[in-house]
Design a protein around this ligand. Structure first.
Ligand SMILES: Nc1ncnc2c1ncn2[C@@H]1O[C@H](COP(=O)(O)OP(=O)(O)OP(=O)(O)O)[C@@H](O)[C@H]1O
Ligand SMILES: [Mg+2]
Length: 151
């Protein structure tokens, strides 16, 4: 496992960090977001969408009525929010395994709630508020995957 940290001092900076990361995402990647309410997980997803070339990345919001939101860019972005799921069993019932094989990029908010369902190759990003607008983003990924993001 490789681990590194990024910092952000605004919602825009969080989106920019995500957009930069998205440049090195590949079909099949899973991004697991962790952090308390209002940490900036959805802001991060907006940045991922921008980086993947989704036409209206600001239109990305937490999935509510539809539990899985789908956005089309150079790869399809599947956005899930485990806060709204009963847990791993509901994610399983939604067909999460098929989604992982669908060749898109999968991003999950509150991923720690369904960690048992996530593949070992997942890229984990923990957003920690350190002030009103400041955040530390701790990224953890298997070494082989991390090399794509760190050169
Ligand atoms: N550095 C920052 N990065 C991201 N968001 C920030 C930052 N500073 C302030 N904010 C604000 O914090 C809020 C983050 O909201 P967001 O919906 O992204 O959080 P979240 O982690 O998805 O919360 P939830 O658990 O409710 O889904 C926004 O109102 C945003 O403007
Ligand atoms: Mg959110």
């Amino acid at each position: 496992m490789a681990e590194w940290t990024l910092t952000s001092d605004s919602p825009e900076a969080t989106r920019d960090q995500a957009q930069a990361l998205a440049a090195n995402l590949q079909p099949g990647d899973v991004v697991a977001l962790v952090g308390p309410l209002g940490a900036g997980k959805t802001q991060f997803v907006k940045g991922l969408a921008a980086g993947l070339g989704v036409v209206d990345p600001q239109g990305v919001n937490s999935p509510t009525f539809t539990l899985i939101q789908e956005y089309h860019g150079r790869a399809t972005l599947y956005h899930l929010d485990a806060y709204r799921l009963a847990g791993a069993r509901e994610l399983d019932a939604l067909g999460f395994d098929e989604l992982l094989d669908a060749g898109g990029v999968v991003v999950v908010e509150w991923a720690d709630r369904v960690s048992a369902m996530l593949p070992p190759e997942a890229i984990w990003i923990e957003l920690t508020p350190t002030g009103e607008q400041s955040r530390t983003l701790t990224v953890r990924a298997p070494a082989l995957i991390a090399t794509r993001f760190r050169d």
